[in-house]
Design a protein around this ligand. Structure first.
Ligand SMILES: Nc1ncnc2c1ncn2[C@@H]1O[C@H](COP(=O)(O)OP(=O)(O)OP(=O)(O)O)[C@@H](O)[C@H]1O
Length: 589
């Protein structure tokens, strides 16, 4: 069948590019052109996978920065994805490559354009035809509208995508629209904004899918239905963490090209159940303690713009708070991967594809991604849970590396986008210098988990509850002003208690009982107020004021128009435009 299609689409002829003659071949999967001059044949060869051809136009056409068309009889212009490295980030920038071909006759020109269009339809079936685009005019530097109209819309038009654009007038408009309005005929939804806008789309798309499937998303025992609508992100926010962690660069043109060619990246989502039967979804951070406090503090200083996060970070750091609570988690299969295995989830990641295989081949098996965990109220035995009691600077759960421009490797550098697990990071109470070291390591390539007061676990679910009032009071009574300690300030009297697994593996001397509690009053006196006993949860930038939560990871619940971070090391071949550059050009789809 594949060979038949190849034959049907195959086209080969001599074409001119500028004043040079080329031998051009379309094989269904690739469009290649090689300089006809024998001497240069190997040097001057370009191979573009059909999956990465953006469009073809009759005549001499230019799209970006401005559209211009010269309607000539024997010319056609091919637009395709071209890569270049980015100095500021880990991924590759995608640009619109463009080559103008001249044919010996109009008939041959029409044959070429027809064949290329047919190849696109046949070999790139996931390309969107109709998109709903939500622009937040107030996100980031307030340039959402300009970014969309000048950099994105021309690419959508070139690719024949019709888009229904909504410029939002209030928060949650995009989410409500997705939950209530008719979405028939749309292949995907796109946000032009930051992580907050992405979160609106995430909630809208997941909620709508569950509504239509008749499922109650507030019930933690329910296995949620995967969402058919793809989500695209055009970064125009302040941090754009989800875009950075899934594409590797913050660049509207790169993201638009991923959308145009219909890239598809599955993404795990964490449902956070809190309060009386409520649910929120997170992909990048569910954080208690430091990250919750920073968010709560930053909300008071919105007028500062993006700088509010740096300011609030400093204020919260100086207040040196920690919170007592109980964390329970359900460990993921340690044979699949580990948060400390120093791997990176790159495009075509083996761990994620193994999980996909598992998901689709034996979803009814006991050990499979979904069935192995179905909630706290069903098959899962309480014995499978690990329980940890103690005083924490922060408790964080993430479904991805959560890398961003400020932290290029992210909160958990080896986390995977689509393996059905999350990484739980516990930072125990420690002295300020120790905690500063932990925070600082996020901005470098040093291992932030290689600190005695930090532990990380790959998990499928997490529960958290506050310490009882009695325990908290006991804490406050046992105030201990120790600042010195091992490893750059780790205070050996930090409290840890109760983890059946962790206690087993922790070296002697670090295991503490609930009597060894510490409160570090460093700078607490700044405000001379009693330290609060509870923090709030930061759920992808939204405050959840309920300390008691239950989180469950849903493997591959949504799909993004992305393909994961491409390895910059493979760029060289492509930049040289050699025929053998298939490795980069034809990444698995
Ligand atoms: N028209 C609007 N007016 C006010 N708020 C809006 C509007 N449209 C969207 N919002 C809300 O603004 C919040 C922030 O938007 P967005 O995420 O786009 O930018 P950001 O906060 O600057 O970026 P980041 O989230 O990456 O830090 C979102 O939570 C969204 O709900």
């Amino acid at each position: 069948m594949r060979a038949q299609m190849e034959n049907d689409l195959r086209l080969e002829s001599s074409l001119w590019v500028g004043n040079k003659r080329y031998l051009a071949v379309l094989t269904g999967w690739h469009l290649k052109w090689t300089e006809a001059d024998k001497k240069n044949r190997d040097k001057k060869a370009v191979s573009v996978p059909v999956a990465e051809v953006v469009g073809v136009e009759e005549g001499r056409v230019e799209i970006l920065p401005h559209k211009s068309v010269e309607d000539t009889d024997r010319d056609f212009t091919v637009f395709y994805v071209k890569r270049s490295s980015s100095r500021s980030s880990s991924g590759l920038l995608w640009r619109l490559g463009r080559t103008q071909f001249t044919c010996p006759s109009r008939v041959l020109r029409d044959q070429w354009t027809r064949h290329i269009r047919t190849a696109l339809k046949t070999h790139s079936p996931l390309r969107p035809h109709r998109l709903m685009v939500f622009i937040n005019p107030f996100g980031g530097k307030k340039k959402g509208r300009q970014i969309y109209h000048s950099q994105v819309a021309p690419l959508f038009e070139l690719a024949g995508i019709s888009s229904h654009v909504i410029v939002t007038e209030r928060a949650n408009q995009a989410r409500d629209h997705l939950l209530k309005k008719d979405l028939t005929g749309f292949d995907g939804v796109v946000c032009v904004g930051g992580d907050g806008m992405f979160s609106e789309l995430l909630h809208g798309v997941i909620g709508r899918t569950q509504q239509e499937a008749g499922l109650c998303e507030n019930d933690p025992a329910v296995t949620l239905q995967q969402c058919p609508l793809h989500i695209g992100i055009i970064p125009a926010g302040s941090t754009d963490c989800v875009c950075y962690a899934t594409v590797g660069v913050i660049d509207p043109v790169t993201s638009a090209l991923h959308i145009v060619i219909g890239d598809s990246q599955p993404l795990d989502v964490c449902s956070v159940h809190y309060g009386p039967g409520q649910v929120k979804y997170s992909v990048s951070l569910v954080g208690y303690g430091f990250y919750g406090d920073v968010l709560a503090e930053s909300e008071k200083h919105r007028w500062m713009g993006p700088f509010r996060y740096d300011y609030s970070g400093a204020v919260v750091f100086l207040s040196n708070r920690s919170y007592r609570g109980t964390v329970q988690y359900l460990p993921a299969d340690p044979l699949m991967s580990s948060p400390r295995d120093k791997t990176r989830c790159l495009s075509g990641c083996g761990v994620c594809s193994k999980s996909t295989e598992k998901l689709f081949t034996n979803s009814s098996d006991e050990g499979s991604l979904y069935s192995s965990y179905s909630g706290p109220f069903s098959n899962e035995s309480e014995d499978d849970w690990v329980s940890v009691d103690g005083r924490f600077k922060c408790v964080s759960l993430t479904c991805m590396s959560s890398s961003c421009a400020k932290s290029p490797l992210g909160l958990s550098p080896s986390a995977h986008l689509a393996d059905g697990t999350g990484d739980l990071i516990l930072v125990w109470d420690t002295n300020p210098l120790g905690f500063l070291t932990y925070l600082y390591r996020h901005t470098t390539s040093q291992d932030q988990f290689d600190l005695p007061f930090v532990e990380v676990h790959r998990v499928k679910a997490v529960r958290f509850s506050l310490a009882s009032e009695g325990e908290e009071a006991e804490d406050n009574g046992g105030l201990n002003i120790g600042m010195d300690g091992e490893d750059g300030g780790y205070n050996g009297s930090t409290s840890r208690a109760g983890s059946k697994q962790n206690l087993a593996t922790r070296p002697e001397g670090q295991t503490k009982t609930s009597k060894d509690k510490t409160l570090n009053p460093f700078m607490c006196g700044l405000c001379c107020r009693k330290a609060p006993t509870a923090s709030v949860w930061n759920c992808d930038g939204e405050i959840l004021p309920f300390p008691k939560i239950f989180c469950k990871i849903h493997g591959q619940l949504v799909r993004l128009y992305a393909r994961g971070i491409e390895d910059g090391a493979s760029l060289k071949d492509c930049a040289e435009e050699r025929l053998e550059c298939n490795r980069t050009c034809s990444l698995p789809r």
